[in-house]
Design a protein around this ligand. Sequence first.
Ligand code: TMP
Length: 183
Amino acid sequence: MLETKGIPTHFIDTSAPNEMRVCRVEILPLEVVVRNIAAGSLCKQTGIALGTIVNPPLVEFYYKNDDLGDPLLTRDRLLLMKLATGEQVDQLETAAREINEILKEFFSQCGITLVDFKLEFGTDKHQNLLLADEISPDTCRLWDNSETDPDARVMDKDRFRRDLGSVESAYQQVLKRVLAQKV
Ligand code: TMP
């Protein structure tokens, strides 16, 4: 769906229900997080209240490094560490914002609010920047628009992180709504 809307990705096709063929890329050691609504580490680190609308959406870069605890990076730190070029940082931010608009609209049609999500990117042998990895309830915060209760509305990995139960049925509900949506 993203490819048809002009976002270059590593996806080729699905060879089985639990497999996908992808173009080989060199993954940038960055997690690109986009936030539409305050939740998770944004609330924890800034004191901003859960559920606060983030407008314009926030695009953040985290360093994928378990030993360092995946720290939040500034643009200058990112350049200092040579994790990407300035041009790539601009491309990443632009792509992340475009993907956000597409996914926000798509999930909205599923009756789901896209709160925030994480993306990864890589470069192919021609140095093209491609969206890579996965987009799933493990990597997004998704809230059910038909629920007002703050715990009941959670359809993503926060059900597991916060021990809210019904993880599998929430994920199945996301899948059902996504598959029902024509793309
Ligand atoms: P955060 O609020 O914990 O920083 O997470 C922001 C978004 O990024 C949330 O949708 C979960 C996703 N995420 C991952 O997919 N992998 C990670 O390692 C982290 C820290 C967050």
